[in-house]
Design a binder for this molecule. Structure first.
Ligand SMILES: [Zn+2]
Length: 324
């Protein structure tokens, strides 16, 4: 595949050389539009947009130049809203995605369109994903820069496999890289590796999101050795794995010479409607500033070098989008 020197952002193509310090997995909003419309009185558009602008402006002020936002179908993607937020944060690139986020079944919209319909029909997801990359998302000219899908505690269900294979085929057509949400406690990475391998996807185009929830350095080193990019991307989600353990694991992998195979992020958002707002107090570090304020200094304390941090925050995101 050819090296590319530009990546699509919410505000149009950006030279990959300009991505700068990049957080590789951050949402702006994670929403459940249908449930929220039925049950919630939490969402109020204007204050939420204003709050997001404030938080992202603060992040850009800390020297983060880019966030990679894997918010797709299943996470409440609304690209016009993100474009509106981004317009007010001129110093930050937001890199959008296409794909489907499910742990089990395909969204009902796809249930009887494609394989599994009676009779079976061709898979429509592939063309839809490709359309998002080539033409634009939700009728806009904002193009997706990468694919996102998921596998979690249910393992490789029919629905998960259908999305994974569709993403792989869309990657084959476009070359855009693939981010896969994983549950390392279930070693979902093994299934991802097998299925994407069968589809002819090279590991270097695949970011295994959330593998930083594991402290198994041997397992992670094996995946890195196979060529995958590792998402150490939930800093602040201390309820799954604490700060010290996350930092120690990154430092250990750096010691093993694997800083070129990791990226950093929080998997944070300005507002997520999945969580009772009262519970957010139990995750005080789960915000966009935690890596800049706490994680990077803690990595330095553990002997990680500035050059290795530059790998994880600047070079590796750039290389992944360049398809290198
Ligand atoms: Zn996420």
């Amino acid at each position: 595949m050819d090296t590319v020197t530009q990546v699509e952002s919410v505000r149009g193509p950006v030279p990959t050389a300009d991505l700068g310090r990049t957080l590789m997995h951050e949402h702006v909003f994670v929403l459940s539009p249908e449930s929220a419309a039925n049950w919630s009185d939490e969402w109020d558009e204007e204050p939420q947009v204003a709050k997001a602008i404030g938080k992202l402006t603060e992040l850009a002020g800390a020297g983060i130049r880019t966030i990679v936002d894997p918010t797709v179908d299943g996470l409440g993607r609304d690209i016009r809203r993100i474009a509106r937020v981004n317009e007010a944060v001129p110093d930050l690139h937001i890199i959008p995605a296409t794909g489907i986020y499910t742990y089990s079944d395909v969204p009902h919209w796809f249930a009887y369109r494609g394989p599994g319909a009676l009779p079976d029909l061709p898979e429509p997801m592939v063309d839809l994903f490709v359309r998002d990359v080539r033409e634009g998302i939700q009728g806009t000219d904002v193009k997706a820069a990468f694919f996102k899908c998921a596998i979690d505690h249910h393992g490789l269900t029919e629905g998960v496999e259908r999305v994974l294979r569709a993403v792989a085929k869309a990657h084959g057509e476009t070359g855009a890289p693939i981010m896969v949400h994983n549950n390392p406690g279930r070693n979902t990475m093994a299934e991802v590796r097998r299925v994407l391998g069968e589809e002819g996807v090279e590991p270097r185009h695949v970011l295994l999101a959330h593998v930083g929830d594991s402290t198994d350095a041997d397992l992670l080193a094996g995946l890195a050795g196979a060529g995958f990019l590792l998402g150490m991307d939930r800093f602040g989600v201390d309820v799954i794995l604490g700060f010290e353990a996350r930092v120690d694991t990154v430092a250990e992998l750096c010691r093993r010479g694997l800083s070129s195979r990791m990226v950093l992020a929080h998997d944070a958002s300005c507002y997520i409607d999945w969580i009772d707002p009262n519970l957010m107090a139990f995750s005080p570090n789960w915000h966009y500033m935690h890596i800049s304020n706490d994680v990077v200094p803690a990595l330095f304390e553990r002997g990680v070098t500035e050059d290795q941090v530059e790998d994880m925050l600047v070079r590796n995101p750039r290389t992944w989008f360049e398809r290198g």
